[in-house]
Design a protein around this ligand. Sequence first.
Ligand code: 5GP
Ligand code: ZN
Length: 110
Amino acid sequence: MEKGCIFCDIVNGRTSTEILYQNDMLVVFRDIHPHAPVHLLIVPRKHVRSANDITEADRAILSEMFMVAKDMAHAQAVARSGYKLLFNVERGGGQVIFHLHLHLMGGWKR
Ligand code: 5GP
Ligand code: ZN
């Protein structure tokens, strides 16, 4: 739990954000400014600043993030049509919230 971190607040239930899925390792909710018809954020409960800061101890969390991403793609009916999974890393990579998260974006009409 990092003071002043909005994603720590969300994963700890301190906001009114609708949680689509959660387990002991992570939480999934919709991006507040979606860049796709389906735009979810898969967010570990543990505060890790960015992909630069992951450690050996985080292997299970990272694995779980991808497994849940795949399941959420099915649940949101974008698995077959396709989707993007994205980590923005640090400011130059477009990261604005410095709590690790995986973007799941899909649902475009093509
Ligand atoms: P980043 O650019 O750091 O990879 O992505 C952060 C994402 O978090 C952005 O797409 C932004 O719209 C989203 N976001 C920022 N604050 C909030 C919030 O309070 N609630 C939700 N649901 N999404 C947020
Ligand atoms: Zn945090």
